[in-house]
Design a protein around this ligand. Structure first.
Ligand code: AHG
Ligand code: MN
Ligand code: MN
Ligand code: MN
Length: 322
């Protein structure tokens, strides 16, 4: 079975870039170990702090952020980093070629219930036309991403990553501590009978979303003519991993719960890396009518609606937003 580095070399990835990916993965292995120890490693529960998004930070949000940040700042390939748990851009090595954004711990509400959680990351080229500490470093559309991936801390710890070619899947081998290639090329089935959305928000949805989901749950008698099943992990990593494995549509649409935050998921370190992984596996990823990877961000922690997964189902879904 192939290891990570020979696979990346085969994909034509440079040694410096492989080393940077290894830095990110070294931090995730440390997180994976602590997660596997649960209560024994003292990582469960909340802190007394909030992040810039107004969410209470869990101990593991803070610890994961610190581990990834410290390791990236010690890597001389990194000019700047952005994280869900950092208010502003953090500066790394002057003149370094890359910038990295990450969601250190996705699915925070699953930490204390021993549910699926993960880390999402993305790497872009650094911009020479703006200062290293400027949020403008990250003002690049998702199609500029050089690498996108996540590590899912599930029953097995898995890495799903693309460096521009296929979306590949690796499994952490605990016997020697390395990620081994376990699926050469993920391919999202074009059609599906499975959808993922938080139905508890339905009274806050826009009419287009309500109409589409009503049609989904009407089954064979409805206009879509199929019986669908529903799944919701409360962790985007878990839901997207299922979609990448067996197809489906994942949605977190706009809603009017809080007029200041019509969308929930963040473009930079949630929607964009997942969109690249899905597209490179043959799926589609939209924010209503717009391809996610084409969106030009205007804020570091910008939020976007998300519809992604099996190509035909995503097309059907977004046709409701005409
Ligand atoms: P995070 O834990 O990084 O803040 O992200 C949580 C996100 C995402 O992973 C998930 O799809 C969604 O929030 C779950 O939202 P609900 O609480 O509405 O289920
Ligand atoms: Mn959060
Ligand atoms: Mn998240
Ligand atoms: Mn998070």
């Amino acid at each position: 079975m192939k290891r990570l580095i020979p696979t990346l070399k085969g994909d034509g990835v440079s040694i410096e870039f492989i080393m940077l990916i290894r830095t990110v993965l070294a931090a995730t292995k440390e997180i994976a170990f602590r997660v596997s120890q649960g209560e024994l490693s003292g990582i469960l529960g909340s802190t007394l702090d909030e992040n810039i998004q107004g969410e209470t930070q869990k101990k593991l949000d803070v610890l994961s952020n610190q581990l990834i940040k410290d390791m990236l700042l010690a890597d001389d390939q990194v000019r700047a980093i952005a994280s869900e748990e950092e208010d502003n851009v953090v500066v790394g090595t002057q003149g370094a070629p890359y910038i990295v954004a990450f969601d250190p711990l996705d699915g925070s509400s699953n930490i204390d219930i021993n549910g699926q959680i993960g880390t999402i990351f993305t790497i872009y080229p650094a911009r020479d036309d703006v200062p290293a500490d400027s949020p403008l470093q990250f003002q690049q559309p998702g199609k500029n991403q050089l690498c996108a991936g996540y590590v899912l801390y599930g029953p097995a710890t898995m890495l799903v990553m693309t460096t521009g070619g296929p979306t590949r899947c690796y499994t952490l081998d605990l016997t020697h501590g390395g990620f081994l290639l376990t699926q050469e090329e993920l391919s999202v089935p074009t059609d599906t009978k499975e959808f993922a959305i938080n139905m508890a928000n339905s009274r806050f949805w826009a009419d287009e979303t309500t109409q589409y989901v009503n049609d989904l749950i009407q089954g064979e008698e409805g206009p879509l003519g199929k019986r669908y099943n529903m799944r919701w992990n409360a962790a985007m990593v878990g839901d997207i991993h299922r979609v990448l494995t067996r197809g489906g549509i994942f949605m977190y649409p706009n809603d009017n719960r809080d007029p200041k935050k019509p969308a929930k998921l963040r473009l930079l370190y949630e929607a964009n890396p997942m969109a690249m992984l899905i597209e490179n596996a043959g799926g589609k990823a939209y924010a209503n009518k717009q391809r996610i990877l084409d969106i030009m961000p205007d804020e570091l922690h910008q939020r976007v609606p998300v519809q992604m997964g099996s190509a035909n189902e995503v097309e059907t879904c977004i046709s409701y937003y005409d």
